[in-house]
Design a protein around this ligand. Structure first.
Ligand code: MG
Length: 463
């Protein structure tokens, strides 16, 4: 018979261990690719792109098949991800360029701000694209450190950028040439560390590899404390680049090579979490910012079976692949078709970290932990989910229904389409005439939501 004393000790020990686990907030790794199509992972059906590490992540975690970005282009999509708000609300409605001195307002509260407040180490490694001027960089938005390119890889450099003393110039570029230039070449973008340019033009062939090395180092340095690693990859945004080890290796051309290199990167990160013994206290999220480019010769991605591409409020522009993995907490090998969105990550992560989302302002996202955890009663928090294109509210999804109103000008009536996504995922059959009541209901909803949002828009940041 087990002595009573031993039994009591065992219970106390188990309680303590359990209690400690409960108190330890999870590390968060948020991997965000750029312009990757809905179909472009093995586990989302790609016939040609091989992604064994992402597929394993799906097998060990949960796949979201109705997961939405909040915009179909880069900057607004990122503003939404980091603030939990529709991007129009935080005045990042469109793509930012090197000529702009605006960006996400530093007064906005980002995921990094929320987690830093809870004692997390925070790093942004990759493409930022929420303002490249000094006062708008990741280091001013809750991130302890930054390494990456400040906007899209098809852009240029702002000749006024701060250059690091140790900057590496490539391709015949010099400090003198750069400072004097008025028309810097396209596709030549700066690589930055924190707030200064350390390489110009960035060697884009090794970006995925170098982001991965930086990520592994950050993880290693923060094994003991909770961390938030935001890893917004530059690829597969065009122009496409892969490192030598991956170039020409996939069955889907250079586009496939870039995804397969990102898949390798995911594998490296998952392995590092295991090696450091922090696998079970780390939540890893993989998703993308918006749909693929519509390009010929296989240079763009595939949103199959969805209709539409990047720049569109059709599903192909905004429904994105998403995987979440947290061993022991998120049920392995499961799939959910419940509507959830990037704007939900801020409130969800705030809660998981033991905090709260900001209460002094409107946050559009909601806590989706019940959906992530696979609770049987979990439902979408978005009875109505809205699709903005710039300042214009073009569509709303409610349950299986989606109403889309495009092309409205003062003179012209909007073309109205009502789709039943449950029966028609390709948005091919317009049911507007058949269901006028549904059209009226959703139109009214769009108008009232848009009016309330526009009445309370918060200002952009300006350097
Ligand atoms: Mg993008």
């Amino acid at each position: 018979m087990v002595p009573l004393r031993f039994f009591v000790l065992l219970v106390i020990t188990l309680t303590l261990v359990h209690g400690v686990e409960e108190e330890q907030p999870p590390n968060v790794v948020l991997i965000f690719t750029d312009d990757q199509g809905y179909e472009d992972l093995g586990c989302f059906g790609s016939p040609l792109i091989s992604t064994p590490h992402l597929d394993r992540m799906a097998a060990e975690g949960r796949k979201f098949t109705s997961f939405y970005s909040a915009n179909s282009v880069c900057s607004p999509s990122r503003a939404a991800l980091l603030t939990g708000c529709y991007p129009t609300r935080v005045s990042v409605p469109g793509v930012l360029f090197p000529r702009h001195d605006t960006g996400l307002n530093p007064d906005e509260i980002t995921i990094a701000d929320v987690l830093k407040e809870r004692g997390y180490a925070t790093a942004c490694i990759g493409k930022w694209h929420l303002g490249h001027k000094p006062s708008l960089l990741p280091t001013r938005q809750g991130f302890d450190s930054y390494y990456g390119i400040p906007y899209s890889n098809d852009m240029t450099i702002d000749p006024a950028a701060t250059l690091d003393d140790e900057i590496v110039f490539r391709a015949g570029m010099t400090r003198e040439r750069l400072v004097g230039t008025e028309n810097p070449p396209k596709n030549w973008v700066p690589l930055m560390r924190d707030e200064a340019v350390i390489e110009y033009p960035a060697d884009q062939t090794t970006l995925t590899k170098r982001y991965t090395e930086e990520a592994l180092q950050f993880i290693e340095e923060n094994v003991e404390k909770p961390f938030f690693l935001y890893l917004p990859h530059t690829m597969p945004h065009i122009p496409l680049f892969a490192s030598e080890a991956f170039r020409g290796t996939s069955r889907r051309g250079l586009y496939g090579d870039t995804i397969e290199e990102i898949d390798w990167s995911v594998g490296q990160i998952l392995q590092a979490l295991k090696d450091h013994g922090i696998d079970e206290r780390t939540l890893v999220i993989f998703t993308t910012d918006n749909g693929p480019w519509k390009l010929n010769k296989g240079r763009g991605g595939s949103a199959y079976p969805l209709r539409g591409y990047k720049f569109s409020t059709l599903e192909g522009g905004m429904r994105v692949p998403c995987l979440m993995r947290w061993p022991g907490r998120i049920p392995a090998g499961t799939v959910t078709d419940t509507v959830a969105a990037t704007i939900d990550l801020l409130p969800t992560l705030a809660k998981l970290a033991g905090g709260e989302p900001p209460s002094d302002r409107v946050i559009d996202g909601r806590d989706i932990w019940p959906i992530m955890a696979g609770l049987p009663e979990a439902q979408t928090p978005h009875e109505f989910y809205y699709f903005y294109k710039g300042q214009r509210l073009e569509a709303v999804r409610s349950g299986p229904w989606k109403l889309r109103r495009v092309g409205k000008t003062r003179r012209e009536e909007a073309s109205v389409a009502l789709y039943h996504l449950g029966d028609d995922i390709t948005e091919s059959v317009n049911l507007a005439e058949k269901h006028p009541d549904k059209v009226a209901e959703l139109t009214a909803k769009m108008e009232s939501f848009d009016a309330s949002l526009k009445a309370a828009v918060r200002p952009a940041g300006k350097d």
